[in-house]
Design a protein around this ligand. Structure first.
Ligand code: NDP
Ligand code: GDR
Length: 344
């Protein structure tokens, strides 16, 4: 039986990766930081029989002695290092914390592997945010990086740390440069889930309007379940390497809003410009979307669109879920959760 450690197991990707690895017969070990609710985050949504199979270690990724002890004890075949302060907007508010968790945490993991379990293969959750200010469209493994937020800078340090450990100590450590991937398990602060949840609540009369920031930003949005399969493939590859996973399509936040309202039969029409732009129900004229500058970022990433041909060629990976289906999955799930009283 193969053993895997997942850091960040309570997050969106942790949820889907846990399901995948359990299906594949792995023994799954997860690192969870203590919270006052004793909550397992998204893992609370797993069926009981799956949740009970996970071996949990309570601790923080920034605690090097703790990380050392877990890696030393488990001697994992594979480590998926997903734990991070992953919210770009928040990273501008608290860059120090973001650096501590994202850079310090990554250093702890690579170092623990080097010292105590050098046979372990490691996946690092790098990101399309590394490309930041556009240098080339579409972005691929050879596109120059230009990070535009403390989050992106911290992930760039993580990316190079992983590459440096791989080259210096002959360790199997790979970077996944993953473009945005979303799902019904996405945190509600990220724009796609904020929209799907807002649309479902508006539909059921629980909310009047969705307030958003930059409607012009364009992202390459895929489905998280497809991407965790890509993470696993990256660690099954013959050698450690860096791979872009993306869909190759890009859409604006405005388009995401339009598509999400379509799922509940509402057509949106736009009026005004800049901070005065609003999205109205084309039938009733009711304002359903407003711009709130609170959600703007000091520096923005205008457009991301990935070229995943290396992953396709070398790993046989391709995304299955495309934009419209992704939006539908997310809105329908939020509608269902309201109907079942899970969301109030
Ligand atoms: P989430 O924000 O949903 O999950 C982050 C996870 O990290 C949570 O389990 C969180 O725990 C944990 N974590 C945060 N800080 C610490 C800490 N100090 N100690 C221990 N655990 C901690 O992110 P996703 O699942 O969406 O993403 C997974 C990884 O992939 C992240 O590193 C993210 O930056 C990266 N990424 C994500 C992309 C995406 O589109 N989703 C694209 C590219 C990269 P808790 O539940 O306690 O908060
Ligand atoms: P991102 O995701 O920054 O791409 O990082 P997010 O959903 O936060 O923002 C995407 C784009 O939407 C614009 N936007 C808003 N964003 C949020 N959160 N809230 C709003 O109200 C809003 N209005 C407009 C943003 O300005 C931005 O342009 C995600 C994270 O998962 C990272 O961890 C990961 O590395 C990258 O994706 C790839």
């Amino acid at each position: 039986m193969k053993k895997a450690i997942i850091t960040g197991i309570t997050g969106q990707d942790g949820y889907f990766l846990t399901k995948l690895l359990l299906e594949k017969g792995y023994e799954v070990h997860g690192i969870v930081r203590r919270n006052s609710q004793n909550s397992l985050g998204n893992l609370d949504y797993l069926p009981k029989e799956e949740r009970e199979q996970i071996i949990i270690y309570w601790g923080d990724i920034t605690d090097n002695a703790f990380i050392d002890s877990v890696i030393k004890k488990v001697q994992p075949d594979e480590v998926y290092h997903l734990a991070a302060q992953s919210f770009v907007w928040f990273s501008f508010k608290n860059p120090r914390f973001t650096y501590d968790v994202n850079i310090g945490g990554t250093l702890n993991v690579v170092n623990a592997i080097k010292e105590y379990s050098p046979h372990s293969k490691m996946y690092f959750a790098a990101t399309s945010e590394l490309y930041g200010k556009v240098q080339e469209i579409p972005q691929k493994e050879t596109t120059p990086f230009y990070p535009r937020s403390p989050y992106a800078v911290s992930k760039l340090a993580g990316f190079w740390t992983v590459k440096n450990y791989r080259e210096s100590y002959d360790l199997f450590m790979s970077n996944g440069i993953l473009f945005n991937h979303e799902s019904e398990m996405r945190g509600p602060e990220f724009v796609t889930r904020k929209i799907s949840l807002g649309v479902a609540k508006i539909y059921y009369g629980l909310q009047d309007c969705i307030e958003l920031g930059n409607l012009n930003a364009k992202r390459d949005w895929g489905y998280a379940k497809d991407y965790v399969y890509g993470m696993w493939l990256i660690l099954q590859h013959i050698k450690p390497d860096d791979f872009v996973l993306a869909t190759g399509e890009t859409h604006s936040v405005r388009e995401f809003v339009e598509e999400a309202f379509k799922v509940v039969g509402i057509d949106i029409e736009w009026e005004g410009e800049g901070i005065n732009e609003v999205g109205k129900d084309a039938n009733t004229g009711k304002v359903l979307v407003k711009v709130n500058p609170e959600y703007f970022r000091p520096a923005e990433v205008d457009i991301l669109v990935g070229d995943y041909s290396k992953a396709k060629r070398e790993l046989g990976w391709e995304p299955k879920v495309k934009f419209k289906d992704l939006v539908r999955i997310m809105v329908e799930k939020d509608l269902e959760r309201i109907e079942n009283g899970i969301i109030k």
